[in-house]
Design a protein around this ligand. Structure first.
Ligand code: TRP
Ligand code: ZN
Length: 850
């Protein structure tokens, strides 16, 4: 819907709702094109409110009639809702609307996907279903009646009654409208049950289309583990008789935590060894946990307004990361998260889309479900925990659940709980929520008379709307190693609060080697001049696994930066130290696989830009290629030995140990394929009994321009499986070289199985194009043009996904004048498309800095 003058919403303009809701009754008469929604809502004036003006949100529902206390009324309808005269006392609102789920390609509100009905209401989708105060600080118990011909009719809460063609649900927990959900379809349940520690039995179901019923067991096990873990770690029990999960094929994001009825993108529920990689299994486990954990952090305690989004998302990401660390390997999880943070959040923080963890304004809230709100939001909680300690952290969380259960809260409420639990003043810490940008931490060291001094200086570059930054509280976990590799100072947390600050360590016999920011104790960039020798020493000796990996990563990144600018080759010190790590059988294979993996080309571009250079994507591509070749050549024997040693005996299991071995085996295979003409990869492809090995082999081949036969065979084998074919589409584009990438992407869109209405398929092609740095930034500009063409086409169909994918253009300020001009031309072309959505218009304007 085109909004003539899109409104900017400000945090500082918050006012409490004029009316509160005591209860909601909804009746749905389902029909693909003419669904009727009858609502009955009990309102009461909010004693806290300043105004008595009554208005409801609504975008699109066709109002049939409305009554207040049984008397017909004629509300004034606007583009965004309605207003009406109401009594200055409690009253009952009733209305009937008509909506068209089949025509809803935006996938917000009630829509159909492959013949099933489903909803997505976060953030502001409920207003597309009916007229209602669609804001998270209005919470109410819901009773829902669904009438329809589908065999399965689901909504939130507990089942009340049902009969042929109808079902009734009651959710006793007051909730905001964004947590409402409804699903109807011909679905099958994979059933399970869980008994809470207070002996309440909960029926669990994973609902899928009949063909997928064999792919639900892993999701079910993940759910049970999550329920158990939240009881043990946080003392949080589940609070309804049933917990339903539904898989849908058309979905804008990963999954949604609707109360008692989580809805998932089928790509993060359905799993089988033949069709899913180890990484997918891990992702499913993490997302099931994430959505389940929202039951307390998000649902029981929700957000007052959408500026507080990180209150639920940062905390829930933090909790799911703790869960994965407990289920799998904590250091491996941490390293993986930091790789992801740098690739997505640091990228955002250093460009035109930079915004605070708690933004203070927005046009379209859907555009703020970002790496900054989610992942940096989780990092901020990790820092808080590091600063107060584990015991105080859990005490503060208990207080949070106690004090705020049933409420819609703010970041102020959250920090107050920590202040009250610990007696600390968190006013400076709060800057992490309000200042955008990644702080840069520079380090100087001095050693004299047995005293070692570390001096840190912090500086946060300007971001849009924030030219100057004040110093932030930075917990810097530090350890010191002696010359022989022994730890002379175990990890200690330095609390930096000033712009420049020194810390001393006494009684040292020799100049130590510092291990700074252990465990990545703060989301900052550390700059420090240190020699290859010192990094190789840390890669060999650091007792902190994160920093051990980081030392190798720093070396690889600096080498790639140098090679992209001046050519040359990786130096011997790095290669030898890496070989030693790879051969060290006391180290977890998953850790070794991470050590072997190169930094992404986009990370190198960012690092070059931050160091004051103009990155050349083609030069980076070639540097990465030569770097890989040098690794393969130098590590030849090691790779060969590892490839054989990492064979996993026995039946496939998706656990961390086996997955780590397959990961290292695939990482070794990728390099080996540069040496053996693809022989090992072809053999692995032919023998593969699971998708991890099949896809690992195929992508090793394709990365070297090999494997045409395997590629064709793969598509033939899996042409009926949408999720596997998404992987195949992505692979074609991901491995196309430079100028070939946009051409391949264009070819993919011409296939009969390309479907622009399915976000997974669209993202498979264009996410892969945007992620192929050399190809997307190919000098001709063809990558930019193709993406712009398809975003213009997608926008009228699905604004939310279009707007998210615009972020591919956010790095334009890094590049040379020619590329900048081409990217801006593409953005202007999108901007000038007729009836551009508010979502996309905001993104493009922010990227261009308008
Ligand atoms: N709250 C969801 C989560 O993080 C994410 C979400 C927000 C979402 N808006 C959405 C998911 C729209 C799907 C579609 O768990
Ligand atoms: Zn979430």
């Amino acid at each position: 819907m085109k909004d003539a003058a899109p409104q900017t919403i400000y945090l500082s303009d918050y006012t409490p709702p004029a009316f509160l809701v005591d209860s909601v009754h909804l009746t749905f008469r389902l029909d693909p094109e003419k669904t009727r929604v009858i609502s009955k809502v009990d309102f009461r004036p909010n004693p806290q409110a300043k105004s008595r003006a009554f208005s409801l949100h609504g975008e699109g529902p066709a109002l049939q009639w409305a009554r207040i206390d049984g008397r017909d009324v004629t509300p004034e309808i606007t583009e965004t809702g309605l207003t009406c005269e109401v009594p200055d006392a409690p009253f009952t609102w009733e209305a009937e609307v008509e909506i068209n789920p089949a025509a809803n390609t935006a996938l917000e509100g009630l829509y159909t996907s492959n013949g099933m009905y489903c909803t997505q209401c976060e953030a502001e989708g409920f207003r597309r279903i009916t007229y209602y105060p669609d804001r998270p600080d209005v919470m109410a118990p819901f009773t829902v009646r669904i009438e329809g011909s589908d065999p399965v009719l689901l909504s939130n809460g507990n089942p009340l009654n049902s009969g042929p063609g109808w079902a009734e649900w009651h959710d006793p927990w007051p909730k905001p409208a964004y947590l409402f959900a409804l699903v109807a379809g011909d679905l099958r349940a994979h059933e399970g049950s869980f008994t809470t520690r207070s002996e309440h039995e909960v029926a669990l179901n994973v609902w899928v289309r009949p063909d997928d019923i064999g792919k639900c067991a892993f999701a079910m096990e993940s759910l049970k583990k999550s329920m158990q873990w939240d009881e043990e770690k946080y003392g949080r029990e589940y609070d309804l008789d049933v917990f339903n999960i539904v898989a849908v094929d058309d979905f804008n994001m990963g999954a949604m935590e609707n109360k008692g009825l989580n809805i998932f993108n089928s790509s993060v529920v359905l799993a089988s060894p033949e069709t899913s990689t180890d990484a997918t299994f891990e992702r499913i486990e993490a997302i099931i946990a994430h959505e389940y954990f929202h039951n307390w952090t998000g649902n029981r305690i929700t957000c007052r307004d959408w500026f507080q989004l990180c209150l639920k998302e940062g905390l829930t990401v933090f909790r799911d990361a703790q869960f994965t660390a407990d289920m799998r390997s904590a250091p491996v999880k941490r390293i993986g998260d930091v790789i992801d943070l740098r690739a997505r959040q640091f990228r955002e923080d250093s460009g035109p889309l930079a915004h605070p963890v708690r933004p203070d304004s927005f046009v379209e809230i859907n555009n703020f479900y970002t790496a900054t709100v989610y992942e940096k939001g989780a990092e901020v909680i990790g820092m808080l925990k590091t600063l107060v300690g584990d015991e105080a952290y859990f005490r503060a969380l208990d207080l949070y659940f106690d004090r705020h259960d049933g409420q819609a809260c703010t970041i102020e409420d959250w920090l107050k709980v920590f202040e009250d639990a610990t007696g600390r003043d968190l006013s400076q810490f709060k800057r992490w929520y309000s200042q955008a940008g990644t702080p840069r931490l520079s380090v100087e060291e001095e050693f004299a008379d047995g005293t070692y001094t570390l001096t840190f200086e912090q500086h946060t570059p300007p971001t849009p709307g924030q030219p100057d930054k004040a110093p932030q509280v930075i917990p810097i976990a530090v350890g010191l190693l002696g010359p022989n590799g022994d730890e002379v100072q175990p990890t200690t947390v330095l609390e930096m609060t000033q712009a420049r600050q020194s810390f001393t360590f006494d009684g040292l016999g020799a100049r130590p080697v510092p291990s700074i920011l252990r465990g990545f104790s703060a989301p900052v960039t550390v700059t420090r001049d240190s020699s290859t020798n010192e990094r190789a020493f840390l890669l060999a000796h650091d007792t902190d696994p994160f920093n051990r990996w980081e030392a190798g990563r720093d070396l690889a990144r600096e080498t790639l930066m140098r090679m992209a600018q001046h050519g040359g080759a990786p130096d011997r010190g790095y290669l030898d130290a890496l070989a030693a790590v790879l051969r060290d059988d006391t180290l977890d294979p998953a850790f070794r696989a991470l050590a072997l993996r190169q930094p992404g080309q986009d990370d190198i571009a960012r690092a070059l830009h931050e160091a004051g250079h103009t990155p050349d994507p083609e030069a980076i591509f070639h540097a990465a290629d030569r770097f890989g070749a040098a690794l393969a050549e130098h590590l030849k024997d090691t790779l060969h030995a590892l490839y054989t040693a990492m064979d996993v005996p026995g039946p496939y299991r998706p656990d961390a140990d086996d997955a780590g071995r397959r990961d290292l085996q695939n990482a070794a295979l990728a390099l080996k394929t540069r040496l053996d003409g693809g022989a090992a990869a072809r053999a692995q492809f032919a023998a593969a009994g699971n998708m991890t090995q099949q896809l690992g082999a195929l992508s090793s081949l394709m990365a070297q321009g090999l494997g045409d036969a395997e590629n064709t065979a793969f598509a033939e084998q899996w042409h009926d499986d949408r999720l596997v074919m998404d992987r195949w589409f992505a692979l074609q584009v991901a491995h196309a070289r430079l100028e070939q990438a946009p051409k391949t992407a264009a070819q993919m869109t011409a296939r009969s199985d390309f479907n622009l209405k399915n976000p997974n398929r669209f993202r498979a092609v264009f996410g892969a194009l945007a992620g192929n740095a050399g190809g997307f930034h190919a000098a001709s500009g063809a990558g930019y043009e193709l993406l712009a063409d398809w975003l213009i086409r997608l926008d009228p169909i699905n604004p939310q996904t279009t707007a998210r994918m615009c972020a591919a253009f956010q790095t334009w300020p890094r590049y040379d004048a020619d590329r900048q001009a081409r990217i801006k031309a593409a953005l202007h072309r999108i901007q000038n498309a007729p009836s551009l959505s508010r979502d996309t218009a905001e993104m493009v304007a922010r990227i261009l800095g308008d």
